[in-house]
Write a protein that binds this ligand. Structure first.
Ligand code: EPS
Length: 406
């Protein structure tokens, strides 16, 4: 049994629910730790009024006792505070009031139109309530549980914004550790703050124009263990699983790993990462070998190399525009301006936190596949035994590498 999770809940419904199944027993979990990630997701310059209403906090309903998981499904509930303003429109029974805030002028780029066509609905609200990025709060709560599991093995996952509104943040090859200690200091979650004022001015301009902005985020998992994922079948390759998980985040249109699309433009000699030995190999999460560069983003053959795992996701601008685009009114069939609702100018900083959650859930699942374990101590024993065997398996293991190697 490996990890699986599901979420439920509408944006203005009573709340969001997530159930995470497959965590080992004995993992320390607190509502406060989950609240830290939930709070990080709510930050970010460019968010709308909704984030002033909500104060996301998950109530742990099951699967945890005395601060530790039991091995049973963990159910979390995040109440929507905005429910108080929507309880009539979003009531699960009755007819009249629900139709008060109908959505009949679908927004280009949103799920409104395709959703009503596919699900045979007349009111776009029946679609947008679930298509809303509000759902990502539940993913982040689930991700916080995965963070606890990965943390027990020294794996730290963080993120930062690398571009927003077309402005690129100056890059550096060296990541702070932990990454979030630095990125969370910035209201737009960037590492090099020299460009912060320019990006904020661009967000302000977009808001004044009734427009929205997208951007790119990068997730980095530090110290992953070599050997997660597999080359043997398409659906076990970790890069494919990471890409799918990241692509599933609302508004994400592109995913890259390591050099990403740039790798397609360079010759092999400028892409692949030379291999050298490390000493001592015992206990090294890379198995006693490291790469001189990390263009592969920590994955070869769909398997972790033990180098930092580096994934990027590109987010399109939010599709609710205060200066709306053209659409068709579904009541009259006439051309119309798309519906405008309260929304965010940009949610790119939050997208980084959500991307972390998805990466952590995939990595936690891969850890459970490789190291099994009904309990955390059992997993820890398995990891320790694995790393010890990797360190000892070569005839040269007892010999230090030559100076060029290390
Ligand atoms: C969203 C629209 C806004 C965002 C919301 C996603 O909500 P509202 O329509 O209530 O103003 O704030 O994001 C969240 C509520 C959240 O928690 O991230 C949308 O249409 O996708």
């Amino acid at each position: 049994m490996s990890l699986r999770f599901t979420t439920a809940g509408e944006s203005h419904g009573k709340g969001l629910v997530t159930i995470v199944e497959g965590l080992p027993a004995g993992l320390p979990i607190t509502a406060d730790a989950i609240a830290l990630d939930l709070g990080r997701r709510m930050q970010g310059y460019g968010r709308g009024a909704r984030m002033k209403i909500e104060q996301d906090r998950a109530e742990i309903l099951s699967g945890v006792r005395a601060g530790e998981t039991l091995g049973s499904p963990v159910a979390l509930l995040i109440p929507n505070r905005d429910w108080d303003n929507w309880s009539d429109v979003m009531a699960t029974e009755g007819e009249g009031e629900q139709r008060r805030r109908r959505v009949t002028r679908p927004r280009p780029g949103h799920a409104d139109l395709v959703g009503v066509l596919k699900y045979d609905r007349l009111d776009g609200r029946d679609i947008l309530e679930r298509a809303s990025a509000r759902e990502t709060a539940a993913r982040v709560a689930a991700g916080a549980l995965a963070r606890a599991l990965l943390g027990a093995f020294g794996i730290d996952v963080g993120s930062h914004v690398i571009s927003l509104g077309g402005l690129r943040v100056p890059g550096s090859a060296v990541y702070p550790n932990p990454l979030n200690d630095v990125s969370d200091q910035s209201p737009i979650r960037i590492l090099d703050r020299s460009i912060e004022a320019d990006i904020i001015a661009r967000i302000d301009q977009a808001k004044a124009d009734g427009d929205t902005l997208g951007g790119e985020v990068e997730v980095v998992a530090q110290r992953p263990i070599v050997g997660l994922g597999s080359h043997v079948s398409w659906d076990r390759k970790l890069d494919g699983r990471l890409a799918g998980a990241l692509m599933s985040i609302p508004a994400i249109k592109a995913v890259e790993i390591g050099l990403g699309i740039e790798a397609a433009r360079r010759p092999g000699s400028q892409v692949h990462d030379p291999i050298v030995r490390v000493s001592p190999p015992q206990g090294d999460p890379r198995g006693g070998f490291r790469r001189e560069t990390n263009n592969a983003g920590g994955l070869e053959g769909g398997i972790t190399t033990g180098e930092p795992l580096v994934c990027r996701a590109g987010m399109k601008p939010i599709s609710t525009l205060m200066s709306p685009l053209r659409t068709v009114d579904l009541e009259t069939g006439e051309p119309a301006n798309a519906q405008s609702e309260r929304s965010d100018v940009t949610a790119v900083p939050a997208a980084g936190v959500i991307a972390e959650a998805m990466v952590m859930l995939v990595l936690a699942e891969a850890m459970l596949e490789k190291f099994g374990g009904d309990s955390l101590p059992e997993m820890q024993r398995n990891v320790k035994g694995y790393l010890a065997s990797l360190g000892a398996r070569w005839p040269f293991a007892h010999r230090s590498p030559s100076s060029e190697e290390c």
